[in-house]
Write a protein that binds this ligand. Structure first.
Ligand code: DAH
Length: 347
């Protein structure tokens, strides 16, 4: 058979096999076998020297034309495979299927509770103020009547930053800042924010949140404090909540009180389902919820207010309120960023 006849046979074989190819892979292997570097066409071309010199140009031309044509056929076939595949996936697309819902974010439970506390107190006329978490010894302790080396500082061990700065152990320094800024009564502020202590267990975290309250005005009494706190706790936990004041000690208030509210779980009975003691209040019917008192004259003196001023202050732990409100018994859940927990607060 002449070389030219073999060329034609190869081309015809390729065309037929391509038409039969059932997949991209089959077409590709055909490309290798016929058009590849060591394919049938290359072998035929390498036999050029077998021809008489005057026939070589014609054969070379024919071979090149065949190669181009077969390549084009192959590209067309590959394109038709792709079009078929696209058509198939389009026919699998069902526009009536429900879409994928984007996940909804939510505010952190601590933020939710903090905002609620602020809203209630703002409605009573307290203005929200903000201040530094890296605080001076003067604002955090000294002006709040914690003398240097006083054992009351022990309960509030924290991170000391040097140069007289420390991570504030409570929001009470905002009382000092607010009074220094206002220069004289009346002062009615609340200060929500982060505080830091050397503490870590199921009910204590080295960083937590408080809301501080301060009212300084004419003839402010413990009765006003009780009225404001009763309103706050009833708004947070329901209208039946009862309050009790227990004598306590804070350097910056005199008298100082620890405020208890009736247990939100057993409604103050101390019993849960029959005779079992309530786990949350340990059978007492009361829950310790915040510290408060009448501003100590030494604090007024430290900020240049007349020491005969009257005022009350209170400090509330936000996580504590959130735990009671949402029935959470491990504080650490608030700080682990586990979406299974945080997802419960999506509204
Ligand atoms: N600062 C106190 C603490 O973190 C809480 C507190 C108690 C704040 C009594 C007050 C207050 O304003 O009057 O333990």
């Amino acid at each position: 058979m002449t070389l030219i006849a073999e060329l034609e046979r190869t081309a015809a074989g390729f065309t037929a096999a391509l038409a039969d190819a059932a997949s991209v892979a089959e077409a590709e292997s055909l490309r290798n076998a016929v058009l590849g570097r060591k394919g049938e066409l290359a072998v035929l071309m390498s036999r050029l020297p077998e021809l008489p010199a005057d026939e070589r140009p014609a054969f070379g031309k024919a071979a090149n034309a065949a190669k181009e044509r077969l390549n084009r056929l192959l590209e067309e076939r590959l394109a038709s495979f792709k079009a078929e595949a696209d058509g198939a996936s389009l026919s699998r697309f069902d526009p009536s299927m429900p879409g994928r819902m984007p996940e909804r974010g939510s505010l952190h439970p601590v933020t939710l509770v903090m905002e609620e506390i602020c809203r209630i107190l703002n409605n009573l006329g307290f203005e929200t103020v903000d201040g530094p978490e890296a605080e001076t010894d003067f604002h955090n302790f000294e002006a709040l009547n914690f003398p240097k080396d006083h054992p009351a500082r022990d309960m509030q061990d924290t991170l000391f930053l040097g140069d007289g700065l420390l991570m504030r152990t409570h929001t009470s320094p905002m009382q000092v800042r607010a009074m220094l800024e206002r220069k004289k009564p009346p002062v009615a502020v609340i200060a929500p924010g982060k505080v830091y202590r050397r503490d870590y267990d199921v009910t204590h975290s080295p960083m937590f949140h408080q809301v501080e309250g301060l009212l300084v005005d004419d003839a402010v009494s413990l009765a006003h404090l009780r009225g404001v706190l009763t309103h706050l706790l009833c708004e947070l936990f329901g209208p039946d909540v009862a309050l009790r004041f227990r004598p306590s000690f804070f350097p910056f208030t005199e008298p100082s009180v620890e405020v208890d509210m009736s247990c939100v779980i057993c409604r103050g009975s101390g019993r849960k389902s029959g005779e079992d003691a309530c786990r949350v209040c340990k059978g007492t019917g009361w829950l310790e919820i915040l510290g408060a008192g009448m501003v100590d004259p030494a604090v007024f003196a430290a900020v240049g207010f007349d020491p005969s001023c009257t005022g009350f202050a209170f400090g509330l732990g936000v996580e504590r309120v959130a735990m009671l409100k949402y029935g959470i018994d491990d504080l650490r859940l608030f700080f682990e960023n586990d979406l299974r927990f945080l997802g419960r607060f999506v509204k």
